[in-house]
Design a protein around this ligand. Structure first.
Ligand SMILES: N[C@@H](CCC(=O)N[C@@H](CS)C(=O)NCC(=O)O)C(=O)O
Length: 211
């Protein structure tokens, strides 16, 4: 049994999708970051950086923050969703880290300046809007000759996909990135993804109207 600390955000959904895909038993503990529950000392003992997601694995006694590390832990624990051959294994790790170091942090800034605080800074809107589009272009190219970012569906896709699901916040028209759109729709149809998207509370997966 895994205690899963989360909220309805892309970083949280990476892990709920992985838990569902891997068929692991988990209990959800909602941490409402709009009410500062992430600063509760009991939560800080598990997640010292005061951010969701975090897990405590009752079987092993491991507690862990950082969604990329958690995905790697869960894939290693189950032996699922990390390709076995070295080339694709390391490609999955590479794209997982691309998400953790670039796609997530940059799109997070785009959410702040383009969606939550528009009109505050032209410079920031341009900078993060352009970087968001550049990153979508990189992902579109990676998906041009393979179904998933590392060949087969892996934890790298689980890390990237929830950020794409916020395309409306990022003012991105997914039809401009046809390979990303095809990949997004395929993953959105997976029952484990639909279930994981509704953790900790019921949520519909956004779908582009032209799709
Ligand atoms: N690098 C971290 C980022 C986690 C993160 O930014 N979590 C946000 C929600 S998506 C959070 O908990 N924010 C609360 C805060 O900053 O106080 C990860 O991937 O787990």
């Amino acid at each position: 049994m895994i205690d899963f600390y989360t909220f309805g955000t892309p970083n949280g959904r990476k892990v709920s999708i992985a838990l569902e895909e891997m068929g692991l038993d988990y209990e959800t503990r909602s941490i409402d970051i709009t009410k500062d529950e992430q600063f509760d000392p009991a939560f800080l003992a598990i997640s010292p950086n005061n951010k969701i997601p975090a897990i405590f694995d009752r079987e092993t006694g491991v507690s862990m923050m950082e969604s990329g590390a958690i995905l790697y832990y869960l894939a290693t624990k189950t032996g699922d969703f990390l390709p076995n051959d070295a080339h694709h294994h390391w490609q999955a790790i590479e794209w997982l880290n691309w998400q953790m170091g670039g796609f997530g942090p940059m799109l997070g800034q785009a959410h702040h300046f383009l969606h939550f605080n528009p009109g505050k800074s032209d410079y920031a809107e341009q900078r993060f809007g352009q970087e968001t589009r550049r990153l979508y272009g990189v992902l579109d190219r990676q998906l041009s000759d393979r179904e998933y970012v590392a060949g087969t569906y892996s934890i790298a896709d689980m890390a990237i996909w929830p950020w794409v699901s916020r395309y409306e916040f990022q003012k991105v028209d997914l039809t401009e990135f046809p390979k990303v759109l095809r990949w997004y729709q395929a993953i959105a149809a997976r029952p484990a993804v639909i279930a994981g998207y509704s953790v900790p509370s019921a949520s519909d997966i956004p779908m582009p109207t032209s799709a």
